[in-house]
Design a protein around this ligand. Structure first.
Ligand code: SF4
Length: 713
């Protein structure tokens, strides 16, 4: 195989947050193959299907190659300088007429650390706008808030090695077999070699649920009663680490009082999980010498998502199962670099996990950038707020970079109306794509394999992605596009980098002494080691596992946010969260729970994977999973086109009859938009159905529990 390519370029997979190491094979200047890197610490020579076919997105005939400008309703090619001058003009005009709130940026979670840093520096330091957010709002925002609440900063405690050695893997609202396949392989290896137990909490009978020793098949929207009840049994049966609770936490009394209200019998009524199973689960967790709780969108996109993260963290804190080999809450990130987004000050903070409401933190960043401190926004407006501001006529210019909100945002009827209203700049690697249909200006960008930079995976490991081929046509790297817009805005000197490594060095200095200190990292080290886990301070070592000493960065000078909750003693906080029943539950008119999610063959809105024939052939069409018992009552047969209706809208998709969903619940994959070349428009985007219910603390939309009905056509 090696003979078939001119060279192999070592890089990191650009899809999920696992962060697998791989080689991209180049022949005659074109990407022609991918192979796994046997030395990569994460995947050790294995890849999933998406990684294996990743090279096929490079050089695809639908790659965007020229900037476009809308004239008389149609998109026409323009030269870069004309497009960029207009972008800058629109921003200046917006600032002059409506102030910083009139402009905004919304970007993806698959860019590099350096690109995020540049985008946020432009938004906060040049435009001075609070309107800066990313699609990570839809996937990780609740974990960020939950970690800050529990630990003081958004620093995930564990690492993948914990999956190899833990005695119990508790998979809570996650499906790593489909979304993080290489981590699932590590879990199965641990079971085979060490006899690890597997426990799953999920409404669906997923592959991990089928493989589990114990499956807690809870109802949609009932995470909180289940977690409280587990803590209730742990307390009642004295399966706590009292020394750890006393030394390293505050708030135990309040948590114990709240948990006392959820004995297994009551939780069984609220969750649908038999009381005996809840007791068995608590015993499995409490008696196992070590435990990892793996969680993902079943938590982050749930009702009371931040509260759920907080209780998962509390489960580990009260049992002392944190900071030790095989013991940690482990939140899985969905995108290759969503963790990088958190490090550079995305999601409402400032670089180096600084708190934008802390005057000293603000001054440090402003001085380092050489800007007036007043320029920095104190709070950011998330994408939900930005859409409302467009509706109200306040936000007039929006730049969307590397994401497809016309498919991924909730309540698409509303969201698409806002994309229509605003002056929209779209920057992406493919054209056409759904969001570009609303664009006034389209900018063609370089993609994975065509640019160098850092991506950070779920275990805080900084990895390098490398440029192996040139971008097609006149597509530019995102970093260059941002820097050129800054030049048009008169802020060229703030982006005077010769390349991504200069941007990395600048950001690196902002982490000095902070919880995510990476002053000891450079590209050469990342190349040599195949990734480094932060913190890794200058002269120090990387840190696979955090909080090993039982001390948490909750002092006001360290903590990332929520000033009132900071704890000067460096102790984690246990929270007595409320239990609030879901805002929308099945009723006579809409009798089914609607759950949405992902499948192994596709990635996000399929901008990339629908263009890979091998993946598209495996999963060419959206569908709705219906339990056979419900299907019989509805008189719906396998493959029949049905209409799924909610209070927001409807879609038409074929029925798939399966026991994977429980009676009374249906599931639709959210990947499918309405624009597949050659297929005509289809009404099948799951987010036409979802609502604008958001978690009050994280602003993350709920995509896991709504009410719907099924209609025969
Ligand atoms: Fe890429 Fe994730 Fe698959 Fe690894 S598991 S090859 S990172 S998509």
């Amino acid at each position: 195989e090696d003979l078939a390519v001119d060279r192999w370029v070592a890089t990191t997979c650009g899809y999920c947050g696992t962060g697998c190491g791989l080689y991209l094979g180049i022949k005659g200047g074109r990407a022609v193959a991918v192979k796994a890197d046997p030395a990569a610490p994460v995947n050790k020579g294995h890849l999933c299907l998406k990684g294996l076919y990743e090279w096929k997105i490079l050089d695809h005939p639908e790659r965007a190659t020229v900037p476009l400008r809308r004239r008389n309703g149609a998109m026409e090619p323009v030269i870069w300088e004309a497009a960029l001058a207009e972008v800058a003009h629109r921003f200046r005009e917006g600032l002059a007429t409506g102030g910083p709130e009139a402009v905004g940026i919304y970007h993806g979670g698959q860019l590099t650390l350096e690109e995020y840093y540049a985008i946020h520096k432009l938004a906060k330091g040049v435009l001075g706008t609070p309107n800066i957010d990313a699609n990570t709002r839809l996937c990780m925002a609740s974990t960020v808030s939950g970690h800050i609440r529990s630990f003081g900063v958004d620093a995930p405690p564990g690492c993948y090695e914990d999956l190899d050695v833990s005695g119990l893997i508790f998979i809570f609202g996650a499906n790593p077999a489909e979304m993080h396949p290489q981590l699932w392989q590590r879990i199965l290896r641990n079971r085979k070699l060490n006899g690890a137990r597997i426990m799953v909490a999920d409404p669906r009978l997923t592959l991990p649920a089928r493989a589990a020793d114990l499956h807690l098949r809870l109802r949609c929207g009932s995470n909180i009663p289940l977690l409280y009840s587990l803590i209730n049994v742990l307390i009642k049966e004295d399966m706590l680490d009292k020394d750890f609770i006393r030394r390293s936490t505050v708030g135990f009394e309040e948590l114990a009082e709240a948990a006392a209200a959820f004995p297994p019998e009551r939780a069984a009524n609220l969750t649908g999980v038999p009381a005996a199973d809840i007791v068995a689960a608590a015993r499995l967790f409490g008696r196992s010498p070590s435990a990892v709780t793996v969680f993902c969108q079943g938590v982050n996109q749930s009702c009371q998502a931040v509260d759920t993260v907080t209780l998962i963290n509390s489960l580990h804190l009260v049992t002392g199962k944190i900071g030790k080999p095989g013991s940690a809450p482990l939140s899985l990130t969905g995108q290759a670099s969503s963790m990088s987004m958190r490090e550079i000050g995305g999601g409402g903070s400032l670089p180096g996990f600084r708190n934008p409401e802390n005057p000293e933190h603000r001054r440090q960043v402003a001085d380092y950038w050489g800007i007036q401190v007043e320029k920095l926004p104190r709070r950011i407006n998330d994408i939900n707020r930005m859409l409302e501001m467009i509706e109200d006529g306040k936000l007039k210019v929006l730049w969307v970079i590397g994401t497809n909100p016309a498919v991924s945002l909730p309540d698409l009827g509303f969201s698409r109306r806002q994309l229509e209203k605003v002056f929209l700049i779209v920057q992406d690697i493919f054209y056409p794509m759904e969001t570009a249909a609303y664009a006034d200006i389209f900018l063609p960008a370089a993609g994975w394999g065509e640019k160098t930079g850092v991506v950070t995976n779920s275990e805080r490991r900084l990895n390098l992605v490398r440029r192996a081929v040139a971008p097609p046509g006149d597509a530019w790297e995102d970093l260059a596009i941002v820097a050129r817009v800054a030049r048009y805005l008169g802020a060229e000197e703030l982006f005077a980098w010769k390349g991504p490594e200069d941007a990395f060095r600048e950001l690196r200095e902002l982490t000095r002494g902070r919880p995510n200190d990476i002053t000891g990292v450079d590209y050469a080290l990342l190349e040599r080691k195949g990734g480094v886990q932060w913190p890794c301070p200058e002269g120090g070592r990387e840190t696979p596992r955090l909080y090993s000493d039982g001390v948490f960065p909750t002092r006001p000078e360290e903590a990332q946010g929520y000033g009132a909750f900071n704890n000067p003693e460096g102790r984690a906080r246990l929270w007595a969260v409320p239990y609030v029943p879901p805002p929308e539950v099945p009723d006579e008119e809409f009798p089914f729970w609607l759950n949405t999610g992902r499948i192994i063959e596709h990635y996000h809105t399929r901008t990339k994977t629908k263009r890979i024939p091998e993946l598209q052939a495996l999963a060419p069409e959206a569908y709705v999973e219906i339990n056979p018992r419900d299907a019989a009552q509805l008189q719906v047969v396998e493959g029949e086109m049905v209409r799924v209706v909610t209070r927001r809208g409807w879609v038409e998709v074929p029925a798939r009859l399966t026991e994977v969903v429980a009676p009374g619940e249906v599931f639709i994959p959210f990947h499918f938009g309405d624009l597949d070349p050659g297929e005509g428009r289809k009404r099948r985007a799951a987010n036409l159905l979802t609502g604008r219910f958001v978690d009050p603390l994280s602003g993350q939309p709920r995509a896991k529990a709504g009410a719907c009905r099924i209609e025969k056509r």
